[in-house]
Design a protein around this ligand. Structure first.
Ligand code: GLY
Length: 257
């Protein structure tokens, strides 16, 4: 398998039961099972050709496994975010340290909020979700950093879900998987669109690893649609992490080589 790049993940915190929740009721999380699923996720990254750097557990930061929210990786620059949820802001310290040994880093300021889960990068286009976790200042600061690198940046309204990437993710640079009830498909007219099955509203978050797409095996009807569109899918169990309002993209930061 061709080497795809470097992926950063982080061990699941023993305090994950105290995670932030916005749209879900709190239910018990089986830490052992969650860690087993996270291990399978990491193995899937490696199998797909990614070199995985796993950061140490942060016992006092419940959501810290969801590294995606702490940074936005662009071509030649990592933007360290300022997460919308105050409890998550300390997560960025170790991420900034890890990323700064790999590429230049810039920071979202203390007067803005931005979660990486709200930032969908598709080729040279960046879509930023208007969610409770990201504000117009975050969008504007990200735009100021990204535009000189050749990116176009646009805001996208979302409803009924945590982040933009709860509603839409990229299967490749031409194809998006989305839930039309959470984000308006008309805003993505220039792309090929695959819609989640109506029985599986939370299925839009899949992770494009280059040659293979990681999907949660809780969504078999949507998986069939992705496969029918011509993509290779690796379905893995992520239901324990889903109880913490996390999904496939949330658990890694990808730096393609
Ligand atoms: N529990 C994930 C988040 O709310 O950020």
């Amino acid at each position: 398998m061709k080497k795809q790049g470097i992926a950063i993940t982080r061990e699941i915190s023993r305090s994950i039961e105290n995670c932030e929740l916005t749209h879900l009721e709190r239910v018990p999380i089986d830490l052992k099972r969650a860690r087993h699923q996270h291990g399978a996720y990491t193995a899937a990254l490696k199998e797909a050709g990614w070199e995985v750097t796993t950061l140490a557990e942060e016992p006092h930061l419940p959501d810290s496994v969801f590294v995606e929210d702490t940074a936005v990786i662009l071509a030649g620059l990592a933007v360290i975010t300022r997460p919308g949820s105050e409890s998550r802001r300390p997560e960025t310290k170790s991420i900034a340290k890890a990323l700064s040994s790999m590429l230049p880093v810039a920071f979202i300021s203390d007067s803005a909020i931005l979660d990486g889960g709200d930032v969908l990068v598709v080729g040279k286009k960046i879509f930023v979700g208007q969610s409770s976790r990201s504000d117009s200042a975050g969008y504007s600061e990200l735009g100021n950093l990204a535009k000189p690198l050749g990116y176009g940046v646009e805001t996208i309204p979302v409803k009924s879900c945590l982040h933009l990437k709860s509603a839409v993710t990229a299967i490749d640079d031409r194809t998006l998987l989305l839930n039309p009830k959470w984000v308006n498909p008309e805003l993505f007219k220039e792309y090929n669109l695959v819609e989640v099955h109506a029985d599986e509203p939370a299925a839009a978050n899949c992770l494009n690893l280059g040659k293979v797409i990681i999907c949660d095996d809780a969504f078999p009807k949507t998986r069939q649609r992705i496969q029918a569109a011509g993509f290779l899918v690796n379905s893995i169990s992520l239901d324990e992490l889903a109880k913490a309002e996390g999904a496939a993209t949330c658990c890694s930061l990808l730096m393609p080589q």
